[in-house]
Ligand binder design. Structure first.
Ligand code: 4AD
Ligand code: MG
Length: 436
């Protein structure tokens, strides 16, 4: 009998390189003849070629090996040695093997499935090398975000997901029936975070946010993971500096940790290196319009928000993210602070990722003036009584403060060079996709 417990990963066996090994995994490929059976075994760490020879294992075991199908789970005992002809450089000569879980015909194996078929079967297609690689990078990204904020002295704080008001505009709210009361799923942690900085001063979170986005684009999910931070006693520059340092830290950590995964994805990592080496490009919204006109021959009316198409044109001009600031007040959220002496413009910043990926961070310095906030909420048709708790933050010892939100899947999509954000999360939720 082969031990029930997994003692060693495929990667550890290859690191050992020689001698007896016991492996647990799934059949990734199989082929053979009447004398040999090649089984490529897969686990979370890597794949390895295993060979079953009739004259070594005997007829009975060999016949059993001939029934092996894709994605069966197996335990294998054998001897490993380097072999240049094997796909990952090593081969295991099988002495014993055991089928742990048989498999029906696996619906994904030809490699010619369309992306829609892969997403329809996401619970199975996540076993592919590509998705495994992306999910490993995703895990690194989450770890690096926590690491950054904790290293910088932030406390982790959680805001509620059920909320009684909007923060990012009413048109993208998901309503829920909360015992007969209409409530919404959180678009952001921000309003409650602004209350919490009075206790903890520097806080962050990584949590799901929900947007009823009616856009079927490559960068919108209805449920996405949102890394947000809020700092008391801050200024606008400090918020931008944190965003820049956070992104540099995450990209550096992925480059250090996930070399193999990035190469599975065929990601050109040279494109990511400038992000570590150079400062990000900082420009105002006015500068952006000028650059679009002069360098892209693209005219845009002042006062409109930058759309995907404008962001794409701008970001293709640089090899590092752009921090675009000082947007028209009318296109940004009610809580952003007015620029001194220019009340049509606010201290909001969007971080635009290179290669056309566009906005990955949205942040701002927050308006401290109670009357200005009330005025902006009224102008948006909001009922001030829904915001009493928020307005209290400006009534009792208000301080200059600000923060940002980073769309984690957008960051992952850019780092991995993905065509769609749906690949950056295990079970994507979009306007048309909510299963599996
Ligand atoms: O720019 P947004 O709407 O800003 C806020 O929610 C602020 N309250 C954040 C803050 O200051 N605490 O969203 C922040 C980021 C965007 O830059 C984008 O990366 C991501 O969240 N995001 C989405 N990601 C995927 N799918 C969507 N539908 C997204 N909407 C926003
Ligand atoms: Mg935004």
């Amino acid at each position: 009998m082969i031990p029930n417990l997994k003692q060693m990963t495929i990667q550890e066996a290859m690191d050992k390189g020689n001698g007896d090994v016991t492996l647990h995994g799934w059949v990734y490929r199989e082929r053979g003849s009447s004398k040999f059976r090649f089984i490529v075994l897969r686990d979370s760490s890597n794949t390895i070629q295993c060979v079953v020879k009739r004259d070594v294992v005997g007829d009975e075991v060999f016949e059993q090996a001939s029934t092996v199908q894709l994605e069966m789970s197996l335990r294998i005992k054998g001897t490993i040695k380097p072999d240049e002809r094997a796909p990952t450089g090593y081969e295991v000569a099988v002495q014993e093997f055991e089928i742990v879980g048989p498999s029906e015909n696996f619906p994904i194996n030809k490699g010619d499935e369309t992306q829609e078929v892969l997403f329809d079967n996401r619970h199975l297609s996540l076993r592919t090398q590509r998705t495994t690689a992306i999910m490993k990078i995703r895990s690194t990204v989450f770890g690096a975000i926590h690491e950054y904020f904790r290293k910088e002295g932030f406390y982790e704080h959680q805001s509620p997901i059920f909320q009684s008001s909007q923060a990012e505009g009413g048109s993208t709210l998901f309503s829920v029936d909360y015992f007969g009361e209409p409530l919404y799923l959180a678009q952001t942690w921000q309003l409650h975070a602004e209350a919490m900085i009075f206790a903890l001063e520097k806080i962050y979170c990584v949590a799901p946010s929900f947007r009823a986005e009616r856009s079927k684009t490559s960068r919108h999910l209805t449920e996405y993971w949102h890394a947000e931070m809020e700092v008391a006693w801050s200024n606008f520059d400090l918020i931008q500096d944190h965003g820049e340092k956070l992104i540099k830290h995450v990209v550096a950590t992925v480059l250090d940790t996930n070399d193999r995964e990035l190469s599975i994805l065929e990601r050109d990592t040279q494109q990511l290196k400038p992000v570590l080496e150079k400062p990000f490009v900082r420009m105002t919204y006015d500068d952006a319009l000028k650059i679009l006109k002069e360098q892209c021959n693209f005219e845009m009316e002042w006062g409109k928000d930058l759309r995907t198409i404008e962001e794409e044109k701008l970001t293709k001009l640089y090899d590092v993210p752009i921090i675009c600031t000082d947007y028209p007040k009318a296109v940004k959220a009610f809580y952003m602070k007015e620029v001194k002496g220019n009340p049509d413009v606010v201290q909001g910043c969007d971080f635009l990722a290179p290669e056309g990926y566009g906005e990955i961070i949205g942040g701002s310095q927050r308006e401290e003036d109670l009357e200005k906030i009330k005025e902006r909420l009224r102008a948006q048709g909001e009922d001030l009584s829904d915001y009493e708790f928020y307005l209290d933050t400006r009534r009792y010892g208000s301080v200059p403060h600000g923060g940002f939100g980073l769309g984690v899947e957008r960051l992952i999509a850019w780092i991995c060079g993905l065509e769609t954000i749906k690949e950056a999360i295990a079970f994507p939720r979009t306007m048309t996709r909510y299963s599996p």
